[in-house]
Every structure is written in C-alpha cells, then in structure tokens.
Design a protein around this ligand. Structure first.
Ligand SMILES: [Zn+2]
Length: 153
C-alpha cells in the first residue's frame, strides 16, 4: 500500500496536462488564423488543409492528454483502464486518505472525537492509603501523606 502517488504517475499527470494545453492551443489557433484571413481567398485550399490538420491533431492531443492525465492521477486501475477493483482501491488510496484526513480535520475543528475517550487525566495514587489524587496534589486528600510525585522530585 502506498501513501503517496508514485513519481511515474506524477510525471504522467503533468505530461498529460501539457498535452492538453498543447492540444487546446493547436485547436484554438485554427480559429485565430481563419479569423485573420476572413474573406481572403488566396491560398485558401492550403490554409484550409492546415487548419483541418491542426484542428484534428489538437483534438487528438486533447483526448490523449486527458487519458494520460487521468492515469497519472488515478492509476491504471483507478482510472478504469484495467478492471481490477483491488488495484483500483490501492491506486486511489492517496485520495481516500485525503478524504479521511479532511473529515478528521473537520471533526477536530468541531471538537468531535471518534474514539469516545475524553481528554486524558493523570491521577496520582497515594502510597499510603491508595486514594487517587489529582496530578498536581502535593499531599493526599484522604490521609495527608505527601504524594509519590512530590517525594520523588
Ligand atoms: Zn492517602
């Protein structure tokens, strides 16, 4: 079980993001050039071909980028590329931990404890009569004997 997303997956995520940006720019550039040459029919066929090529390769890059990015973020099984629920659970573990951590933070912020225990209290047992006294007590509340704690220090 891994707590962190592996470096390979991190790299895939950023490469995928880069491909998406590149694809988006390539795709958008066709609108820019066609707007720039609006009403200009010189060399129209060659430009149309170039725009078509950029639009298609831009879309392909967008799709590939999205897939690579998804695999990087969620792993092969976690992103549904291979059918393996057990592996998917492992791939998505960092996110499960994140969700659990967020929940823990929220509960902590709301002062809700999951283990049912209240704040820990330290008591000192009297060496003479056995009564439990508060942590700071110098003498037993029952018999007045100096507590172990004070005798030792
Ligand atoms: Zn006592």
């Amino acid at each position: 079980m891994s707590k962190e997303i592996s470096e390979g997956r991190q790299a895939a995520f950023y490469v995928g993001t880069g491909l998406q940006i590149l694809g988006g720019l390539l795709f958008a550039s066709t609108f820019v050039t066609s707007a720039m040459h609006f009403g200009d029919f010189t060399n129209f066929e060659a430009r149309a071909k170039s725009e078509m090529f950029r639009a298609i390769s831009g879309m392909v890059l967008l799709v590939i980028g999205a897939i690579v990015r998804g695999i990087g973020a969620r792993g092969l099984a976690g992103s549904g590329m291979i059918l393996d629920p057990q592996q998917a659970r492992q791939d998505l573990e960092p996110y499960s931990r994140m969700a659990g951590g967020l929940m823990k933070d929220a509960l902590h912020e709301a002062d809700i404890r999951l283990d049912g225990k209240s704040e820990r209290v330290v008591m000192i047992r009297c060496g003479s009569c056995g009564k439990l006294n508060d942590e700071g007590a110098k003498f037993c509340q029952e018999c007045g004997t100096p507590t172990e704690f004070t005798r030792q220090s």
